[in-house]
Design a protein around this ligand. Structure first.
Ligand code: APR
Length: 177
C-alpha cells in the first residue's frame, strides 16, 4: 500500500488527476465536501452533472456507483462523483456499498488513464458512517483493488481534521506496505 497516503487538507486544493466527491444520487450539489467542490469548481460543474443521464427519476448516480466529470476551475483535472450509503446502524448493506464507492471510483480513474486520485471520508459527515469503520472499509477496498497491479501511482485519503487524520493513519498502518 506504499502508493496510498493520508493527507490533511481541503480536497479542493489538491493537484491530483481526480478528486472524489461525496455526492448524492441527484448529483446536482449539496453541502459538506459536495458544496466545497462545486464552489471551487465553478458553475460549469453543475452543468456537467446535469448532463449525466438519470438512471431513474432524480437519480444520476446510484449509491455505490461513480460518475466522472471535468474539474473545471479546480486544480484537479477531474471530479469523480460517488454516493456513499447513509449509515443505518450497519445492517443495511452499508459496508458493501461504501466499499463499492472506493472500488468503482478507482476503476473509473484507471479507465480514464488517471495516475492520482484523492478521496474524502465518504459517508462520514451528513451520512453518519462511523469514521473508524469507514476508514477500514476504505483501506480494504483500496488494497483489494491494487492487488492485480492496477497502475495508479498515488491514492490520497484526505483528512479534514485532526481526528480524521489519526483515524485514517491508524487504518492505513494496519495494512502495512
Ligand atoms: N475537503 C476534504 N474533506 C472534507 C471537506 C473538504 N473541503 N469538507 C468536508 N469534508 C469531509 C467531512 O469532514 C467528512 O469527513 O468530508 C467527509 C464527508 O462528509 P459530507 O461532505 O457530509 O459527505 P457525506 O457524509 O458522504 O454526505 C453526503 O451530504 O453534502 C451532502 O450532497 C451531499 O447529500 C450528500 C451528503
Amino acid at each position: 500500500m506504499h502508493r496510498v497516503q493520508v493527507v490533511r487538507a481541503d480536497i479542493t486544493t489538491l493537484e491530483v488527476d481526480a478528486i472524489v466527491n461525496a455526492a448524492n444520487e441527484r448529483m446536482l450539489g449539496g453541502g459538506g465536501v459536495d458544496g466545497a467542490i462545486h464552489r471551487a469548481a465553478g458553475p460549469r460543474l453543475r452543468d456537467a452533472c446535469a448532463q449525466v443521464p438519470e438512471v431513474r427519476p432524480g437519480v444520476r448516480c446510484p449509491t455505490g456507483e461513480a460518475r466522472i466529470t471535468p474539474g473545471f476551475d479546480l486544480p484537479a483535472g477531474h471530479v469523480i462523483h460517488t454516493v456513499g450509503p447513509v449509515w443505518h446502524g450497519g445492517n443495511a448493506d452499508e459496508e458493501r456499498l461504501l466499499g463499492r464507492c472506493y472500488s468503482r471510483s478507482l476503476a473509473l480513474a484507471v479507465e480514464y488513464g488517471l495516475r492520482s486520485i484523492a478521496f474524502p471520508a465518504i459517508s462520514c459527515g451528513v451520512f453518519g458512517y462511523p469514521p473508524d469503520e469507514a476508514a477500514n472499509v476504505a483501506m480494504r477496498a483500496i488494497a483489494s483493488f491494487l492487488e492485480p497491479g492496477a497502475d495508479l501511482e498515488r491514492i490520497v485519503l484526505v483528512a479534514f481534521g485532526e481526528r480524521a487524520e489519526s483515524t485514517l493513519t491508524q487504518a492505513l498502518g494496519a495494512f502495512g506496505d
